[in-house]
Design a protein around this ligand. Sequence first.
Ligand SMILES: O=C(O)CCC(=O)C(=O)O
Length: 273
Amino acid sequence: MEAALAAMRGPEAGVSGDTVAPSESKVCEELWAAVPGAVLVNNVLTEAECRILAGHVKDLHTSKGQCKESSKPRRKSQHHHPIRVSHQCLGGICDRLRPFCPETAGPQNSARLTATSTYISPFLRCYYYKPGDFSAPHFDKSFTEHIVDPDTKKKGRLRQFSSYSVLIYLTSDFLGGETTFFHKEGVRISKSGLTPVRESEGGGERSLDVNYRVQGKAGDVLLFPHGNHSGCHPNPLHEGSILQRGEKLLIRTDLVFSPSLDGRKKRRKKIRR
Ligand SMILES: O=C(O)CCC(=O)C(=O)O
């Protein structure tokens, strides 16, 4: 996986001489209206790159076996295995996606995208869905990293956090399996804050009101907001809808932001007032 990602170069060329020309998808205005902050970018990866990465995702699933339900169930279904790669191997995809990424964590949050080559989290969740598989409705959680005092081990200020999910679609030849966003007005949320209550009561996704469906194709990348940091876009309720035919493979990661000194000063001033 690491080598396949490292082989991806900047926007001008993919592997085996194929060129990529990432561009905002035609559906972007509609998508943004339904899910503020979301952007679908087409042609970020070439077909060859998708084939190679999909092969690695499948190998990972073969070597690690079936995804187990976690002992602390977060969702009814999870069809991914996580892996950690180096920041260096993500340089090519960072270059290709940069023009489509938000500068700050949210419209009213001044935290800035971390350095050019490290703003995509190297923690990758590799999904492999087969017919009948789905990811139940949920909210994505922001990861946070604090400065830790080396002596006391106490957590200090926030060093960085994620506020966007990144879905890299690797296959197209499937039916169903959309990334579906729901209206969340009136939906009761579980104590964890990550799933609707109805899911655990057995109602499932069928009781939710669909807001927008994204049918990602191989090479497309979907960015959408997540977490609950102040000043960020609302966190959309979504699912990986049930796959009817074929195989859906994708890699999910996050965009990472660093709180700006300015933002911290402003917050301190507000507190003092
Ligand atoms: O499979 C999908 O389309 C969605 C995956 C998902 O919901 C997630 O990674 O948070």
